[in-house]
Design a protein around this ligand. Structure first.
Ligand SMILES: [Zn+2]
Length: 203
């Protein structure tokens, strides 16, 4: 906790003055260009890896960067409502779904016994369980996990298309959609190319 309090103080005393004008210009409105849907993992920091500033990104994070399939519901749908608000309320121009290496959520898809006291986590990840059927069974191989993490990103890109208002905007080129994979150790971002079905390094 001391680290957090020290951070808050340092922000106010040292960082804020540097960006005072920017914060003041944002005090009564926002117009982010991008909806960033990322994993909650502490090592994936959207603003840091994109060098973004306050006002740039509208961020939604959850375990394994999942985009729930669109549905109308009486439940409280956090991710779905955030997507709806970003696209219809804020008119973002880009949507990025960003997964990452060594994703605990993706591992939980195939190592459920370690998560058996976390029923909500297991339930949440059910939304991505279909990718496991198409993947090999040698789960001792890190390459398999990388493949699961990447297939999971592609699944979420497809799920975005189940949102009628996103599909409409995508078809009319009003919104761009990207699938990113962040490799933690090397700090490299790879972007999904639908034409080659590969994740290609962003330079
Ligand atoms: Zn993750």
């Amino acid at each position: 906790m001391d680290n957090l309090l020290l951070g808050v103080k340092q922000f106010k005393d040292e960082i804020y003055p540097e960006y005072k004008q920017l914060f003041e210009s944002l005090k009564s409105q926002q117009s982010p260009h991008t909806l960033f849907i990322g994993c909650s993992d502490s090592r994936l920091i959207p603003d840091l890896i994109t060098r973004s500033m306050p006002g740039d990104l509208f961020v939604v994070r959850n375990i394994a960067n999942i985009v729930p399939k669109y549905r109308l519901s009486e439940e409280y749908l956090a991710t779905t409502s955030a997507i709806e608000f970003a696209v219809l309320g804020l008119n973002v121009k880009n949507i990025v779904v960003c997964g990452h290496s060594n994703c605990g959520g993706c591992r939980a898809l195939v190592q459920q016994e370690q998560f058996k006291n976390m029923p909500h986590t297991i339930k949440w990840l059910e939304q991505s369980s279909e990718i496991i059927k198409n993947i090999g069974s040698n789960f001792n191989d890190d390459k398999i996990f990388e493949e699961i993490e990447k297939q999971n990103i592609i699944l979420q890109l497809n799920n975005l298309m189940t949102y009628p208002f996103i599909k409409e905007k995508y078809v009319s080129n009003s919104v761009n959609i990207y699938g990113w994979y962040f490799d933690i150790g090397s700090g490299t971002v790879f972007s999904y190319n639908k034409l080659t079905n590969q994740f290609e390094k962003l330079d």
